[in-house]
Design a protein around this ligand. Sequence first.
Ligand code: ADP
Length: 446
Amino acid sequence: MFKKILIANRGDIAVRILRACKEMGIKTVAVHSLVDESLMHVKLADESVCIGPNNARDSYLNVSAIISAAELTGADAIHPGVGFLSENGKFAEVVALHGMTFIGPKPEHIAIMGNKITAKKTMEELGIPVVDGSNGDVKSIDEATNFANEAGYPVLFKAVSGGGGKGMKIANSPNEVENAFKMARSEAEANFGNCSVYLERYLVNPRHIEIQIIADFYGNVIHLGERDCSIQRNHQKLMEESPSIALPREKRDEIAEKVSIAIKKLGYVGVGTLEFLYEKGEFFFMEMNTRLQVEHCVSEEITGIDIVKEQIKIAAGEKLSIKQSDIHFCGHAIEFRINAEHSETFMPSPGKIVELYFPGGNGVRIDSHVYRNYEVPQYYDSLIAKIIIHAPNREECLAKAQCAFDELIVDGVFTTADLHRKLIKNQDIISGNFDIHWLENNLRRL
Ligand code: ADP
């Protein structure tokens, strides 16, 4: 097992990883930017190193600074967390070249899944159903129009190297193709330094359902069921739950089984998530995230499996200690993302948290790095806490969530808590009657 892990991340996920390391008796190294000196995990880690200025490009994305910090402190592995360098195959290679372990999949699998076209091709060949789309990137308006005329409108342009919902544009009719194509390309170029875009049939009322998998070096693969992440704004998830109220158990088992077989054939190692759109009983693969996900907690709650610990053990070469038949899905879990942003405009709201009280009690889990008088910086993701509720069933889960939100106090910055307070009382949410567009279509009415 590793003796010392460097956590190349910040925020709640850095605390989450630190906790797993501590429980496993592994020493930790925190790295941080200048402004992040007083982050929770920096205080809790055995050692810490400042890796640069506030801009993520100069710190959390600064490969040489991170490698130097790891060498200086004698870390034998690096956990990339989520975002930042977690899906950067080159970084994984550099870590290995320096004689350390990258806690994540093999670089070649990161590369395949990092390109959405090769990801879809690979998964299709492995027997996974995918969304109809252009076979490669679309290079001209004519090519785009031809595809759209054949597939039928609406169509969606997506960035080949996309992430975080950026670089996506819909064309509802032939006269919208040119504009959508140009806008998607320029957004893709600006965000990912790669202007390539491809086309997909745009599904009108799907749910976002994803399957969590864990695989070891010895061909053992397990799945932890599904997460329904349909409550989104701007293609960004806000609330995630498991199990999905829309998915019959047999359908879940069927797709999860297909996924496990595909992952085994691929020889993938580590944790990962396959994201699907689900419409009228059919699954359509969109992409695979080759890392831990923000919403991993809901799967942990209903299976009792510590995904981060499993991830670390697998990276250290251990065999999966759990078989699929050992996994029992217990109750219902919902995660609410508390972002420091305005709950109506979703504008970021950095600043000092002057008052803070987190809810508690049976079945209430808080994953967070913030504390009273903590200053939310303007430079990074606005997630300040995740409230994860676990109860025997969905109804009790929502009732428990109401209590939790009655107790929660965050003053000094705007947060998405007010939106969640409305959501959990909304009839469509209560009855499970929503798709990926529901939140945007209903925001005004909430
Ligand atoms: P990213 O990597 O940027 O998050 P994804 O491919 O995961 O991009 O898509 C993000 C979200 O965009 C999905 O959860 C879904 O809400 C929406 N989306 C993506 N592809 C389609 C599609 N073909 N039809 C309808 N909605 C889509």
